[in-house]
Write a protein that binds this ligand. Structure first.
Ligand SMILES: C[S@@+](CC[C@H](N)C(=O)[O-])C[C@H]1O[C@@H](n2cnc3c(N)ncnc32)[C@H](O)[C@@H]1O
Length: 192
């Protein structure tokens, strides 16, 4: 049993941490890619708290893709949000189906990051978007966080901003990294 299987009820209590301002920001980064009625996949979307708000903000369908049944059981029952059990590394969607993928606080949990990036480039249409919200491990206070994640059996595979941009470029997704606050940053890329 993995970390999120047993931690899901506790995570659900803090999952809805998205202020209206942060939802506006994230929706703004996705809007150039996701038109009304478009398709967004929140990869590692967990309980769907962010996906629901983005579906409303973008007037689009948001699919929460996550391998942990105990997390997706909390995804709200709403017509604009759909929960799908699966991994980033083997996405159960057709080629070019999605307008964008979002990964929030989940990329460092993927056990095969190159496999996940290849799937993003396959599933997102050419010209579509990839937005990744991550933490830069170079901040000194990230060291205990990385250590705790690994003690809990998670990969704790955090990338710096430069590593993230270079990594996605190698997988056909060109973009930029921008600092948000503290250790948080976002990668915003376009599929070639
Ligand atoms: C810290 S939670 C983040 C949930 C949500 N994105 C958020 O920001 O609140 C990390 C999520 O990544 C999921 N996850 C772990 N490995 C994954 C994989 N290989 N593919 C997709 N999701 C994965 C976990 O099940 C968990 O729900």
């Amino acid at each position: 049993m993995g970390f999120f299987n047993w931690a899901a009820p506790a995570f659900n209590r803090v999952a809805d941490r998205w202020s209206p301002e942060s939802v506006d920001d994230i929706a703004g980064w996705l809007r150039p890619y996701v038109a009304p009625q478009g398709h967004l996949v929140d990869v590692g979307g967990g309980t769907g708290a962010l996906a629901l708000k983005l579906a409303h903000a973008l007037e689009a369908e948001a699919v929460v893709l996550d391998p942990t049944p105990e997390m997706i059981q909390y995804v709200p029952q709403e017509s604009s949000v759909r929960a799908v059990l699966g991994t980033a590394e083997a996405m159960p969607f057709e080629d070019d189906w999605a307008d964008a993928v979002l990964v929030s606080d989940a990329f460092h949990h993927f056990r095969d990051q190159p496999g996940a990036a290849a799937e993003f480039a396959r599933v997102v249409r050419p010209g579509g978007g990839v937005v990744v919200l991550e933490l830069d491990p170079r901040r000194w206070y990230m060291r205990p966080i990385v250590a705790i994640e690994r003690l809990l059996g998670e990969p704790g595979a955090f990338f710096s901003q430069e590593e993230m941009c270079a990594f996605f470029a190698e997988h056909g997704i060109d973009g930029t990294c921008d600092h948000i606050k503290g250790p948080s940053y976002r990668f915003t890329g376009t599929v070639r």
